[in-house]
Structure formats: C-alpha cells, structure tokens
Design a protein around this ligand. Structure first.
Ligand SMILES: [Zn+2]
Length: 119
C-alpha cells in the first residue's frame, strides 16, 4: 500500500484504487501492534478497477478487499460493525474524535483490534 495522504489508497500494481472520504472513526492497533485506522464503511468508494476488486469472506466474519491481480489487501470490512479497517494512521487529520459506539468498539476488540483514542 502506498503511504500517500489519505484520500486514496492504491494496490501494489496500481489496478485498483479506493477513495476514502470524510474522517476516521478512531485509530488503533491490529493484533500484531501495527497502526490501523477505523473508517465508516460508507466512506470507502471504488476509485478505479472495480473489476479487479476481490471481496472475500474472512473467518472473523467480515470481508477482505484485495486486488485480483497483485493480491494486495487494501482493507478489512466488517459489515456487522459497519467499519473498514485500513493499515496505517492518517497523517493529515487532526485528532480524530473517537466516534465509535461502545458496541462497535466491542466488536472490533473481539476481532483483536485495539482502539486507542490518541496517536
Ligand atoms: Zn493490484
């Protein structure tokens, strides 16, 4: 995944890009301690390469969005929580206000994500 400013994420081969709108609900860490950001699922739009988008169910109950060509995984989408989990912390966004409901936070924590309120 590219490290560009939030707004657009592109897979390794460039065939698939997603547009990220609005602001994150919260930031956190994944099970391996890597930074992640939680976005509303409806904030994610397909920029280009809709034909290359491979949405596959994950054991945890949500779906992984990946590129069919390079198999780069762009995000994890959890329908139950209505949240998309993207790798990395947004840089250009000042202090995302935690906007997760406690039920969504519990759902994310049950998936082994840690939600943090400060970077
Ligand atoms: Zn690709």
């Amino acid at each position: 995944m590219s490290n560009g400013p939030y707004g657009k994420i592109t897979c390794d081969c460039g065939a698939l890009s997603l547009l990220v709108c609005g602001s994150p609900l919260a930031i956190g860490r994944d099970v391996g301690g890597k930074p992640v950001a939680f976005w509303p699922l409806e904030a994610i739009l397909i920029g280009q390469g809709a034909d290359e988008l491979d949405v596959s169910p994950e054991g945890r109950g949500g779906e992984t969005w990946a590129c069919r060509r390079c198999e780069d995984r762009l995000l994890y989408a959890d329908d139950e929580a209505g949240v998309a989990v993207l790798a990395g912390h947004p840089e250009d966004i000042s202090d995302p206000e935690p906007a997760l409901t406690s039920s969504v936070q519990r759902r994310l924590e049950s998936l082994s994500y840690r939600v943090v309120s400060e970077q």
